[in-house]
Design a protein around this ligand. Structure first.
Ligand SMILES: *[C@@H]1O[C@H](CO)[C@@H](O)[C@H](O)[C@H]1NC(C)=O
Ligand SMILES: *[C@@H]1O[C@H](CO)[C@@H](O)[C@H](O)[C@H]1NC(C)=O
Length: 517
């Protein structure tokens, strides 16, 4: 007893190198950027990282790092046609079909488990891990990995505090003042918006529990039962495993706004993916930006949506519009482009953080993805948002609400609308001031997100799953939380009393009748 106590105290004081399994198979480029943030900071801290990813990294993270390539998952995204801006502009796509998104997440999990390299890896009984960290986008089936390796489960969520995620470790957030990432509402909510948010949670929960969860449960059993049997163990119940997570990291920060109250084992580590210090710009770009004393406008539609798919006539109109400004325009454009105006420079690949970090960068024209939005705040750059899909609408709405952004819709009128927005922003310094203010709030934290990540991962491992951080809420049934059992008891007692009273009075009446007769 004494020895094990001593051992525990010693493990708290000394950090060993831990074996970490990072599981990020969802095929989207930004997921790779986020996942690599985890890789970088955990390998820097001396841990041994195995990274299962769709976005294979070429960077060298040393001998403590290996990756398992599941980039075949990209095939399911249907490659270009789906992520084609022209298609969005002409035909439109379903922007917030949660079922479709859930289906994607499920299929990518299903496929990932079936690739030969992943199967061999999972079947290898010599593999051991101290902790599993998996992406939590719309599927929770990866919780099975922590069962397989008999270690704590940590999740990485690529967005902010969301009810579907919070429910795993505590309470769903209250829909009367928090909104779904697909709804585009921002608190304070109107009566109608409160109903919309309530409905979003009811419908979302329903589709999750009736449609997706049974499939996930079956996948969990199909994949993990044989693996556990091979290791001489039996598979625990999925529900039990699902609500047994130790920790969640979310890719957001309070500076962006409306964060609900969050549990102790939930940390916002937005900005984790941004290198510190920032990598220097390539020489040509550095001197171009240094020379641009009128300022630089940086334009990028992100890593998934590519500018080269913007319709030709819109591209030409954009070039004409840009040529009318005396600012330098740096446009992340993934193909050749003829007849460029003198002040427009295209880059097939752009070192975005390093560009935004340059003091001459005045305006960021962005699609408003979560990582780009974080970078805009990190470097304090005013934003013109052109959202296309998904959480981009709500991100841009938040940015507009916070006063550092202007929204421009993605239409064939893009060039004209952008011109007005750029003119407005150049004429009014408040957008950039506000961006700088929020940036100051964002940077004012006790430790960097990287330190926070490493600290909590080590804490979870050292304390055997950080049970002391768990909300008691996960052990209480939903009907107990809203005291339905009590209501049922009171109703039963009242009902019984009413029945007895009724029986008594009718007996009394009968007795009186008998007496009269
Ligand atoms: C994008 O979609 C448009 C309209 O359907 C089509 O004409 C164009 O070829 C597509 N481009 C690519 C690269 O898929
Ligand atoms: C729940 O998590 C803890 C801490 O990681 C672990 O010790 C326990 O075995 C887990 N229970 C199940 C059923 O997986």
């Amino acid at each position: 007893m004494k020895l094990s106590c001593l051992h525990f105290i010693l493990t708290l004081c000394y950090v060993n190198a831990y074996k970490v399994l990072l599981f990020f198979p969802f095929p989207i480029r930004s997921m790779g950027i986020l996942g690599e943030g985890f890789v970088k900071h955990l390998t820097d801290a001396g841990h041994e990282v195995t990274y299962v990813t769709s976005v294979v990294t070429k960077r060298d993270y040393g001998k403590n790092f290996r990756q398992i390539d599941v980039s075949k998952n990209f095939a399911m995204m249907g490659d270009d046609p789906m992520m084609n801006i022209t298609v969005v502009m002409t035909a439109g796509i379903e922007m917030n079909d949660r079922k479709m998104l859930q289906e994607f997440a499920y299929i990518s999990a299903d496929q990932t488990f079936k690739y030969d390299n992943v199967r061999n890896f999972l079947e290898d009984t010599s593999e051991k891990f101290d902790v599993v960290i998996a992406d939590l986008y719309e599927t929770e089936v990866y919780a099975g990995l922590s069962v397989l390796y008999d270690c704590p489960m940590i999740w990485s969520y690529s967005m902010g505090a969301h009810w579907q995620v919070l429910r795993l470790i505590d309470e769903r957030s209250n829909p009367s003042y928090t909104s779904d990432y697909l709804s585009g509402n921002i608190a304070p909510l109107s009566f109608q918006q409160r109903l919309q948010e309530l409905w979003a949670q009811i419908e979302g929960s329903w589709s999750k529990s009736s449609h997706l969860q049974p499939k996930e449960e079956k996948l969990y059993e199909d994949i993990f039962r044989p693996l556990l049997n091979k290791r001489g163990r039996t598979l625990p119940d999925y529900q039990e495993v699902l609500y047994n997570s130790s920790f969640i990291f979310a890719n957001e920060h309070h500076a962006f706004g409306t964060v609900p109250s969050i549990p102790l084992n939930f940390k916002l580590i937005g900005g984790l993916h941004i290198d510190s210090p920032i990598k220097p710009l390539p020489q040509d770009l550095q001197s171009l930006m240094d020379k641009s004393t009128n300022g630089v406008i940086y334009f990028s539609m992100g890593s998934t949506w590519q500018s080269k798919y913007i319709p030709k006539q819109v591209t030409e109109a954009l070039l004409k519009t840009f040529s009318e400004f005396k600012q330098t325009v740096i446009w992340k454009y993934e193909a050749e482009l003829a007849n460029l105006p003198k002040n427009v420079h295209i880059l097939k690949w752009a070192p975005q953080p390093s560009i935004l970090a340059h003091p001459n960068c005045k305006i960021f024209i962005s699609h408003g993805g979560q990582l780009s939005s974080t970078e805009a705040i990190h470097f304090g750059v005013a934003t013109i948002g052109v959202p296309i899909f998904f959480d981009q609408f709500v991100n841009i709405k938040k940015a507009v609400n916070k006063g550092y952004a202007i929204k421009v819709p993605l239409t064939f009128n893009l060039a004209e609308d952008l011109k007005v927005a750029i003119e407005t922003m150049l004429a009014d310094p408040s957008y950039n001031l506000r961006a700088k203010e929020l940036s100051a709030i964002y940077h004012d934290r006790p430790v960097s997100p990287a330190k926070e990540l490493v600290h909590w991962v080590e804490h979870v491992v050292k304390t055997g799953g950080a049970m002391h951080l768990r909300s008691p809420s996960v052990y209480v049934k939903w009907y107990q939380k809203i005291y339905l059992d009590f209501v049922a008891l009171v109703s039963a007692v009242v009902g019984l009393l009413a029945y007895i009273l009724k029986a008594l009075t009718s007996n009394l009446k009968k007795a009186k009748k008998v007496k009269k007769n």
